[in-house]
Write a protein that binds this ligand. Structure first.
Ligand code: KG4
Ligand code: ZN
Length: 349
């Protein structure tokens, strides 16, 4: 059978998201609930709180998504759900819900790799977004978020090679930890971005870890430690008065590393002309701008999905899931969530 529309569920971390997606990537609707306020007092995501909030929000969001799209279960051919990688308690809520709906609504379901979802985000479209016309496979994808920082070579749907990745912290983590150190709270990436707009990138000197190494791996823990040492030498008042410059200089160090690694990936695979920027950190305005300049200089097509498809969202899971269902794959009731990707999910360079 051919699958026209799926309902998709994403609960791998702290965002509960439900979408209805067509086989061509058209997003009929997406509703999400973010838990930032619940985790803010703890300065990071608390797994138990995340799981509990998912279980409260998931069914009302499914109802809301059907209502918003004016669709009913009769219009839905299958269910897609993130089952890996992520927080176990969070994934469990999505997987158990998908399995139960699969049984009660008599629809096949499929477990999806969250990172495959991020990589497929540029294929989503709606009334306001569509990737550039000449964007196509094969492409190089930079996926940067609070939990992951990788560069992939994507030959075609289902074939993902990891060209490089962070050896310690994720780029989003580097933003969040810095934001916390300068008193901007959690999650702080967007706030650092905002302050950086008014600051000078050369006001403070920060290291660009591993930038000269001839590979596509990255490291952000040294940068974070350098910032800590720097901030320890300053009074609270000095930090506050120089906040814009601190944010701009620190942010530029991260961007320089990301773009230089992306450039290295392109140099090694120069026949590839399409590039994808995805994950929560790709919301960063300076990263978007500078990646755009880099792509233009090299005659490349850059696809940067809008924020609703860059941060954790169900639409991307729906797209990856419906492709797999249409290839004849489906999951059994025995499927379990997994905190890690499966050994065959990615080829590591
Ligand atoms: O993809 P995402 O929503 O969730 C994860 O899978 O982690 O990414 C969240 C991350 C957080 O670390 C947040 O601080 C960062 O994305 N982020 C940003 C910006 N907006 C969100 N980092 C830098 N600049 C931004 N504008
Ligand atoms: Zn993610």
């Amino acid at each position: 059978m051919s699958y026209e529309k799926v309902i998709s569920i994403e609960t791998s971390c702290d965002d509960t998201s439900i979408a209805i997606v067509g086989h061509d990537g058209y997003v009929f609707g997406q509703v999400s609930a973010n838990q930032d306020l619940a985790h803010q007092p703890f300065g990071g995501v608390v797994p138990e709180i995340a799981g509990r909030n998912h279980s409260i929000k998931i069914l009302p969001l499914i109802e809301a998504c059907l209502e918003k799209t004016n669709l009913s279960w009769d219009d839905i051919d299958g269910i897609a759900v993130t089952n890996r990688p992520g927080l176990m308690g969070s994934l469990l809520v999505g997987v158990v819900t998908a399995k139960t709906l699969s049984l009660t609504k008599e629809k096949p379901y499929i477990g999806v790799n969250h990172l495959e979802g991020h990589l497929m985000a540029p294929f989503l479209k709606d009334d306001k977004f569509q990737a550039p016309e000449d964007f196509s496979y094969p492409f190089i994808g930079l996926a940067v978020s609070g939990g992951h920082s990788q560069i992939y070579l994507v030959e075609e749907f289902g074939s993902y090679k990891v060209l490089g990745q962070t050896i310690d912290d994720a780029a989003g983590e580097a933003f969040d930890k810095f934001a916390k150190m300068v008193g901007l709270g959690f999650p702080g990436g967007a706030k650092v971005d905002k302050h950086a707009k008014e600051g000078r990138v050369d006001a403070f000197s920060y290291p660009r870890p591993m930038i000269h190494e001839k590979n596509m791996n990255m490291s952000f823990s040294g940068l974070k430690a350098a910032a800590k040492r720097q901030l320890e030498k300053m009074s609270d008042k000095e930090i506050q008065t120089q906040l814009n410059d601190l944010c701009a200089s620190y942010q530029q160090a991260i961007i320089d590393v990301l773009i230089s690694k992306l450039n290295r990936a392109y140099q090694e695979h120069s026949s590839i002309k399409s590039i994808v920027l995805t994950g929560g950190v790709s919301a960063n305005s300076a990263l978007r701008f500078q990646a755009g300049e880099w792509a233009e200089k090299n005659g490349l097509t850059l696809a940067v999905p809008p924020l609703r498809y860059c941060t954790d969202n169900a639409a991307m899971i729906g797209y990856a899931g419906i492709q797999r269902l249409n290839r004849g794959e489906k999951s059994e009731q025995t499927l379990a969530p997994s905190p890690k990707v499966y050994p065959g999910d990615f080829i590591v360079r």
